[in-house]
Design a protein around this ligand. Sequence first.
Ligand code: SF4
Ligand code: SF4
Length: 168
Amino acid sequence: MAEEKPLDFTREITSRLGGETITHCYQCGTCASTCPVARITERYNPRQLIRLALLGQRDEVLKGDTIWLCASCYNCQERCPQKVEVADVIYALRNMAIQEGNIPAIYMEFASGLMGEGRLAPISKFLEKKRAEYGLPPLKPANIEALRKILAATGFDKIMFKKEGACP
Ligand code: SF4
Ligand code: SF4
């Protein structure tokens, strides 16, 4: 297989929904200085993540855990002077990672919940009790069949569970 060049990876990202603006980045660091995650851990820095991607460090970006640390708060996106859609670029990178089977265990759990019960997290007795205490109506059961059809139409079920070789 031919060696991938930095530009190949960049083109792949810009061809994705959400990834279009990555090449506008001029590495000013505004995103990193406003990022609440970067404030609490040195493991995460959106400016560095974008730089790695633009340098074509495909494996480091798509196989590492950094892209999963973003909290999707959009602080960076609001403030970027170059109008880089940072959070959306990170979603594009996550989608690429998922399609290559690089999926953190917690997301597999969410996917199992979605396919099995139609919810990311099950409705617990505690939650039901708290809703009643606050005068909120009980949550209605999800329309699982309709949801499964949508997930199947998008290929979500195959992508999420091909690694395990089984659906929940
Ligand atoms: S704020 Fe925008 S231009 Fe500056 S480093 Fe972040 S993404 Fe790049
Ligand atoms: S969207 Fe992600 S990268 Fe941007 S500021 Fe929020 S946590 Fe940081």
